[in-house]
Design a protein around this ligand. Structure first.
Ligand code: ADP
Length: 418
């Protein structure tokens, strides 16, 4: 393993893993801090759920992930955070980064959440979302991590016991050598972090090159853009290769939808014209096992190379009706459990290519199937790659889609890629 990454949430981990694959590193995403041997890969991304966890828990899980990555030979560590720097004055970015730096015995870590392709840029230390400052972007109203300041050195400064410097735009424009000199200067001045401006992918690649020797980097997936090239330059990674190659897929195909987002509802409407679809009726059958049994009886004779779609997803009025009857959490859990049982039943019936829509729903399916790691393949749409659960029994291809991701024909198009 060359690069080890610790991501503070699951979809952020997938985003980073996809970036690394695109840049030529074979990448595996591991779910949870876990223990024991890691799969063979150029990069391993450990996906935690630590963004809004209590500080002590976030630190402990991140350190556990770090030990596991170091034990497997990681030469450089990337702490993957959200490109909108989601955090509070208590953390968790500062405390986790402090703990990782201390364990690595590293002097200074570059910090850059920029993700220009999605409009996240950093100028003079201020984080922009599109043309708005972070604190005027809507993020100031986030329910868990309201971002009421856009100045990254100040935001991070409030969360760390160390001090934070800035590598400003004119220096970044000067290229890798200028950035490296600035980082060195800040380190010599006793800074623990250097927020680095970046307006373009070229800036991020220059930062990556300048940070070839950094033990720890902190940033969004953009900060990883330039890292694979460092390993190639050092002769540790073969020149351009297809890092997205997964074993060939065989077996039946299916889609499970648990997201009620507008994008997913549109994708289901589109899929109705192309594949057999079943909508679960949790109001009539408010029981996970019974819903699963009904769905599997429906799916059984329809399984084959053309996917079937089974959806819990419903428009807002039906979601509200179920929530009123069962309570919000119980309604969510009921359908997550039903879909997880259906996933298990479909696999028992020969499904080996499975798309799951919904973040929490995907988590429930992975947990039910006991899947701890995913090898990352080619993207279907931005941020949603096919993956291969090679350690599962039987191994299978999975695409886990966060609710709002993907074009309207996602469910149809997904199976053209595998
Ligand atoms: P997203 O990625 O869009 O946020 P999630 O899977 O994370 O999707 O969350 C969707 C939640 O809605 C899940 O807990 C799921 O079980 C729940 N859910 C799905 N269908 C319904 C429904 N018809 N009524 C109520 N809740 C539902």
């Amino acid at each position: 393993m060359l690069l080890g990454a610790i991501a503070d949430d699951m979809t952020g981990a997938t985003d980073l893993a996809s970036t690394l694959v695109r840049e030529g590193m074979r990448t595996v995403q591991v779910i949870g801090p876990g223990a024991g041997p890691l799969p063979e890969a150029d990069a391993v991304v450990v996906a935690l759920k630590s963004r809004t966890a209590p500080v002590a828990q976030a630190v402990a899980e991140s350190l556990a992930a770090l030990e596991r990555l170091l034990a497997h030979g990681a030469r450089q560590i990337l702490f993957k955070i959200c490109s909108t720097f989601d955090s509070t004055p208590e953390g968790n970015i500062g405390p986790v980064a402090d703990a990782l730096l201390a364990r690595l015995g590293a002097g200074l870590a570059p910090v850059c959440p920029a993700f220009p392709a999605n409009g996240r840029t950093v100028y003079q230390g201020y984080l922009f979302v599109g043309s708005a400052l972070l604190n005027e972007s809507g993020m100031e109203n986030h329910p868990l991590t309201p971002m009421r300041d856009a100045h990254l050195p100040r935001l991070l400064g409030a969360q760390t016991t160390g001090s934070v410097g800035l590598v400003p735009f004119p220096t970044v424009e000067g290229g890798p050598r200028a950035i490296r000199a600035a980082l060195e200067e800040l380190r010599a001045a006793g800074r623990r972090y250097a927020v680095v401006d970046a307006l373009t992918d070229a800036h991020l690649r220059a930062l990556g090159e300048a940070a070839a020797d950094a033990a720890l980097l902190v940033g969004g997936s953009g900060i990883a853009l330039g890292l694979p090239e460092n390993f190639r330059r050092a002769g540790l990674l073969p020149p351009r290769r297809d890092a997205a190659a997964l074993p060939p897929a065989a077996g039946h195909a299916a889609v499970l939808a648990g997201s009620c987002s507008r994008a997913t509802l549109g994708q289901i409407a589109h899929a109705r014209t192309a594949m057999p679809c079943l909508e679960l009726d949790p109001l009539a059958t408010p029981d996970a096992a019974a819903l699963a049994a009904e769905a599997l009886a429906w799916a059984g004779p329809r399984l084959g190379p053309t996917p079937v779609l089974i959806a819990a997803s419903a428009p807002p009025d039906r979601v509200a009706a179920l929530q009123q009857r069962l309570g919000r959490e119980a309604a969510g859990t009921l359908l997550e459990q039903a879909l997880a049982m259906i996933a298990e039943g479909l696999i028992a019936r020969g499904v080996r290519r499975l798309v799951v829509a919904g973040g929490e729903t995907s988590g429930a399916v992975l947990q039910r199937l006991g899947i701890r790691s995913l090898r990352i393949g080619a993207e279907i749409d931005p941020g949603v790659p096919w993956t291969f659960a090679e350690e599962a029994e039987p191994p299978l291809h999975l695409a886990l889609k966060s609710g709002n991701f993907g074009a309207p024909d996602f469910f149809v198009r997904a199976f053209r890629h595998v």
